[in-house]
Design a protein around this ligand. Structure first.
Ligand SMILES: NC(=O)C1=CN([C@@H]2O[C@H](COP(=O)(O)OP(=O)(O)OC[C@H]3O[C@@H](n4cnc5c(N)ncnc54)[C@H](O)[C@@H]3O)[C@@H](O)[C@H]2O)[C@@H](O)CC1
Length: 453
């Protein structure tokens, strides 16, 4: 039975190769699997159908189209008027619902001219779109369109497995509401990635005091960019770190850490050898000179923004990064910073976000959070994770600084936890707090994080 994907737990994601293996094994036992797939599609279409008007079932040449054909037959048996293309002409009037069964996981090239024209007609007809398995034209592994465009659906009913491409890159913008039906087939294939759910790392014992909750040292905030470092520090504080210090680069000692947040203190590496470093927010070029010592001395590090740019530009810093102990360093690049780290352009990073994150993690021997829609967490030797929480309200100045600070705050309270797990927990919480209509200012995001925690 199709069900809306629940956001309160983790789910396994299976890439194309794993899905194909699963499908082949399932078909050997249940050759009529397509009947069940079509039934699942028909049930959801019936639930979405407004009660009058035709359903346009747009079928393609393969088994995705086969699912559509089964669904069309079942809907007709149920008394629902159906127009099935390409057997019948495209409806002249606006249908009540479109079922996009043109292309699923068999997509292997840019859509042909004929299919692209049908996809455009599906998109232009103005009816809600239910995509079968995947929005047509979207790549299952990367969430990128194979050609100029992929269908933008209102709902996607994905079958057998959850595909990574539904959750990262352009996938989330194309899939709409995601429904899932495993068709009763056990997923006896190792997951290719994890879809993140909530994960709590902090424990506040009755006997705890501020010394139990660790220290964070935020290094950044060069003149004119102090807000970035202050946002990171506020986030670490809101997360519950015991003591949060700010090393504002180039600021006189008389400058308060944050006039609006008296809980925050000025501090420097010299005395804070056990703190979690959150380094780079608004740091400017001055951070390059500070990085060797920070990389050498701080036991756990979150590196963001200008720290990443400095590392991208300097092979010696990259070598210092690689020399750190496993599980102690976390990088949070956005796609442009990732492109600099990898020495390629942003489009190449976005073309396969999971691969780009894995490559960065392997090259630099650390955990990488590749930010953007469907943030990817990658660590050498661990299964990658994709984050489904968050939305466009987070596309605002300072939300990345808040993430870096929140990660630092979490890590301060979970000292024995590896970078990968910290990243998974923090990225999900940050996205969940950032789910809002309109735009969210970063300082308000900190408050939302504090209250959901
Ligand atoms: N095999 C089965 O019994 C089941 C299949 N399922 C469905 O079957 C789908 C996979 O079926 P297929 O492997 O047949 O793949 P698709 O139906 O996704 O597409 C394959 C067909 O499309 C053509 N094609 C691929 N890319 C094209 C392009 N860019 N332009 C034009 N034509 C293109 C191929 O030449 C082939 O004819 C799944 O997505 C799912 O919807 C599921 O229902 C589970 C059960």
């Amino acid at each position: 039975m199709p069900h809306l994907l629940a956001a309160d737990r983790c789910w396994p994601l299976h890439d194309l190769a794993a899905t194909r293996r699963l499908e082949a094994r399932a078909l050997a036992q249940r050759p009529d699997l397509m009947q069940d797939a079509g039934l699942a599609v028909a049930k959801l279409a019936l639930a979405l159908w407004p009660g009058s008007g035709p359903v346009w079932v747009a079928c393609g040449p393969g088994n995705n189209g086969g699912d559509g054909r089964v669904a069309a037959r079942l809907l007709r048996e149920h008394g629902v008027p159906v127009v099935l293309t390409p057997d019948e002409p495209v409806p002249a009037e606006r249908p009540a619902l479109v079922v996009d069964a043109l292309l699923g996981i068999g997509l292997n090239r840019a859509p042909s001219t004929a299919l692209a024209a049908t996809m455009a007609a599906v998109q232009a007809c103005g009816a809600p779109i239910l995509a079968v398995d995947l929005p047509s034209g979207l790549r299952a592994d990367t969430g990128q369109p194979a050609g100029a465009a992929a269908v933008r659906a209102d709902h996607t009913l994905t079958l057998l497995t959850l595909k990574p491409g539904l959750f990262t890159g352009e996938g989330r913008a194309h899939a709409g509401q995601i429904w899932f039906d495993d068709l009763g087939v056990a997923a006896d294939e190792p997951a290719s990635a994890d879809l993140l759910g909530p994960l709590e790392l902090r424990e506040r014992r009755a006997t705890a005091h501020k010394g139990s909750h660790g220290q964070v040292l935020v290094v950044g905030g060069a003149p004119g960019m102090q807000g970035a470092a202050r946002l990171a520090a506020r986030a670490a504080l809101a997360c519950g770190a015991g003591r949060v210090y700010l090393d504002l680069l180039g600021a006189p000692a008389s400058e308060p850490a944050d006039p609006q947040r008296p809980e925050l203190m000025r501090g420097r590496l010299g005395t804070l050898r056990e703190a979690v470093g959150v380094v780079g927010c608004g740091a400017g070029e001055a951070i390059a000179a500070a990085l060797p010592e920070l990389l050498a001395r701080l036991p756990r590090l979150v590196l963001d923004a200008d720290a990443l740019n400095a590392i991208a530009a300097d092979p010696a810093l990259q070598a210092l990064l690689r020399a750190r102990a496993a599980g102690t360093t976390l990088l949070t690049p956005h796609p442009l910073e990732a492109a600099r780290l990898l020495g390629r352009d942003t489009a190449a990073v976005q073309a396969d976000r999971l691969a780009a994150a894995a490559e960065m993690a392997a090259r630099l021997a650390c955990t990488v959070v590749l930010k953007g829609s469907g943030s990817v967490v990658a660590t050498p030797g661990q299964r990658p994770a994709v984050n489904p929480s968050g939305g466009p309200a987070l596309a605002t100045a300072g939300s990345g600084d808040v993430l870096a600070g929140w990660l630092g705050g979490l890590w301060a309270q979970a000292a024995t936890t590896g970078a990968h797990r910290v990243a998974c927990a923090g990225v999900f919480a940050h996205g969940r707090a950032g789910k809002a209509s309109g735009v969210l200012r970063a300082a308000d995001l900190v408050e939302r994080l504090a209250t959901q925690a």
